[in-house]
Design a protein around this ligand. Structure first.
Ligand SMILES: NC(=O)c1ccc[n+]([C@@H]2O[C@H](COP(=O)([O-])OP(=O)(O)OC[C@H]3O[C@@H](n4cnc5c(N)ncnc54)[C@H](OP(=O)(O)O)[C@@H]3O)[C@@H](O)[C@H]2O)c1
Length: 259
């Protein structure tokens, strides 16, 4: 049976998606950096859901890493019919205060590795009766967001790239979906150094399992764009109709620390 290949599956939304698919009896391949956690997660999937599972621990924020993943799949003789590009992170702060290397790695992971994984894995997905791509964007993709400017722009890239690919693949045996979650209770806030916003974020946050279920359902339904939650949907629609300066100042206020 073909596997679902999931990036960023050591925790958070990616791990919830792995469990969601395994509960539907799909075999799973997990990718992230934390080898020990991936090994534990792999065992849990096998024991709890009785599926096949394996993992590859590697840093996805480096150029050409998609080719390394492809080599691994070939060497192990694994076929895939689902690709979930979920690994990603944000960096909170003004551009002037953020590290250049960290910013460049984030852009590499969120955009270049995501799009290259689609490019490199597409022929494998096409080998099946039906193949699926699910890319994880964000509610921040719909407008510029001061203090997470670079992150929001990477997620706008994910959304626009995915929508373009959805059209390109129409009428073929591969469907492409993009999910744009709002605040979700994961390691995201800590990784982004958004500690001071934690309390505020928790008020609006949903559990990753909820996002995972909506995402997987939307992927199987072949939906181009999936916005989980009425509030996030409203935010996306408002960003379309409000003047940009208004939506940007709403964004700036959301990410500002109240003194
Ligand atoms: N949580 C939210 O509020 C929220 C909202 C909108 C969108 N999103 C998006 O959802 C996706 C998942 O994030 P999350 O919320 O689940 O955050 P998370 O709990 O921090 O999980 C991120 C995952 O990505 C992996 N990862 C990070 N850097 C990596 C690298 N260089 N190479 C390989 N794997 C890497 C992490 O594993 P390792 O550390 O083991 O490598 C982890 O498995 C991201 O794309 C994020 O932008 C999240």
């Amino acid at each position: 049976m073909a596997y679902a290949l999931i990036t960023g599956a050591s925790g958070g939304i990616g791990w919830a998606m792995a469990r969601e698919l395994a509960s539907r009896k799909h075999d799973i391949l997990l990718l992230a950096r934390s080898g020990e956690i991936l090994q534990k997660n792999t065992e849990e999937l096998k024991q709890k859901f009785g599926v096949q599972a394996d993992y590859l621990a590697l840093d996805l924020s480096v150029p050409d890493v998609a080719l390394k993943v492809l080599d691994w799949l070939k060497q192990k003789n694994y076929s895939i019919d689902i690709l979930i590009n979920n690994a990603g992170y944000a960096l909170w702060g003004n551009l002037n205060d953020l590290g250049r290397d960290d910013l460049n790695r984030m852009m590499q992971l969120n955009m270049l590795t995501m799009s290259d994984m689609c490019k490199v894995m597409l022929p494998l997905l096409q080998n099946n009766q039906h193949g699926y791509i699910l890319n994880v964007s964000s509610a921040s993709a719909y407008q510029a967001v001061p203090t997470i400017s670079t992150y929001a722009a990477t997620k706008a890239f994910v959304l626009l790239f995915s929508r373009g690919l959805t059209s390109e693949m129409k009428g073929t045996n591969v469907s492409v979906s993009c999910i744009c979650p709002g605040p979700t209770s994961t390691g995201f806030i800590d990784r982004a150094n958004m500690g001071p916003l934690k309390d505020k974020a928790e008020k609006f946050s949903v559990q990753p399992e909820v996002v995972a279920r909506i995402g997987i359902n939307g992927m199987y339904a072949g939906r181009a764009e999936i916005i989980p939650g009425a509030l996030n949907w409203l935010g996306a629609k408002l960003a379309e109709i409000l003047p940009k300066v208004v939506s940007e100042s709403i964004g700036a206020n959301l990410y500002k620390v109240k003194k």
